[in-house]
Design a protein around this ligand. Structure first.
Ligand code: BEZ
Ligand code: FE
Length: 288
């Protein structure tokens, strides 16, 4: 009989109940999740108070999600899960990934811009930066007509949707590569910034004695039909927090070469991207 007798008997009965799930992938994922959750509960001997607190945390991250931030994505990021998923699904033959987590601040409809245009639409103070690169396929051929979507925080460390001083879509833009796969835009040098700490995730970071400061970076989403969408970030090579990113997003290949401009000239970043062949599928935007 499938009636629970001991704590040990619950797992087998739960797995049996799920074993008839017609969707094979759902069956595999949910039974593995159930096994690991049961193992975790047993390993830490989870108390009833702790269980209640954990459920409350999940409710709170949902409640703290709004049009300007996604606390659920943030929680996955701070646990290292978002980075793990990004790396596992985007390894090159050497095992190092050119991809990085999406983060909670991507918006799907950034303005389309002309080559060379600036994404600093507000009067954004900060050192001028010129960003250039080439998008290629896995065989090294330049990809014309690829879309390079870039977004970043301002030099004071806030995304436009967090900051009433910035206009809508400031520091966001989509560019097309030219016939030789090249893209180019202007911006201001991003600053490092703290992940949002005003919600339950901030409380968790505090309890773990972890600082919230991400190293300065620019996000990129590079796409072209017939290729997998590359979601990545390029980090400033001189940032003091490269080795302590709270969301574990930095890999060596994602550290960019930010060259200071001589005699007041704008600084430059040159960074190329490689797209793998595959289906062009965009993620859901964490915020509208
Ligand atoms: C970001 O880079 O936008 C970000 C990533 C993870 C958590 C918070 C912010
Ligand atoms: Fe960011």
């Amino acid at each position: 009989m499938n009636i629970v007798t001991t704590p040990e008997s619950v797992l087998g009965i739960a797995l049996d109940a799920m074993s008839r799930t017609p969707d094979e992938r759902l069956r595999t994922v949910m039974s593995a999740l159930t096994r690991h959750l049961h193992k975790f509960v047993r390993e830490v001997s989870l108390s009833e108070e702790e269980f209640e607190r954990a459920l409350q945390f999940i409710v709170q991250i949902g409640q703290a999600t709004n049009a300007s931030k996604n606390e659920v994505v943030l929680a996955a990021d701070l646990l290292g899960v978002s980075t793990l998923v990004a790396l596992l699904n985007n390894q090159d033959p050497q095992g190092e990934s050119p991809a990085a987590l999406l983060g909670p601040f991507w918006r799907a409809n950034a303005p389309h811009c002309d080559t060379g245009e600036s994404i600093a639409r507000s009067d954004t103070e900060g050192a001028a930066l010129s960003v250039r690169g080439v998008v290629r396929d896995a065989q090294g051929r330049p990809l014309a007509g690829a879309t390079v979507d870039a977004w970043q925080a301002s030099p004071v460390g806030l995304y436009e949707n967090q900051d009433p001083q910035q206009c809508d879509m400031n520091l966001r833009g989509r560019f097309q590569t030219d016939s030789e796969g090249r893209f180019h835009f202007r911006t201001v040098r991003p600053a490092g910034y703290p992940v949002p700490t005003d919600g339950p995730c901030g409380e968790l970071l505090h309890a773990q004695l972890r600082h919230p400061n991400r190293p300065a970076h620019i996000h990129f989403m590079v796409s072209k039909p017939g290729h997998k969408v590359l979601v990545t970030q390029v980090f400033a090579d001189d940032d003091q927090n490269l080795e302590s990113d709270p969301v574990f997003g930095v890999t060596r290949r994602l550290i960019g070469r930010f060259q200071p401009g001589a005699d007041g000239a704008e600084a430059t970043l040159e960074h190329d991207f490689v797209l793998e062949a595959g289906e062009m599928k965009f993620p859901h935007a964490p915020i509208p």
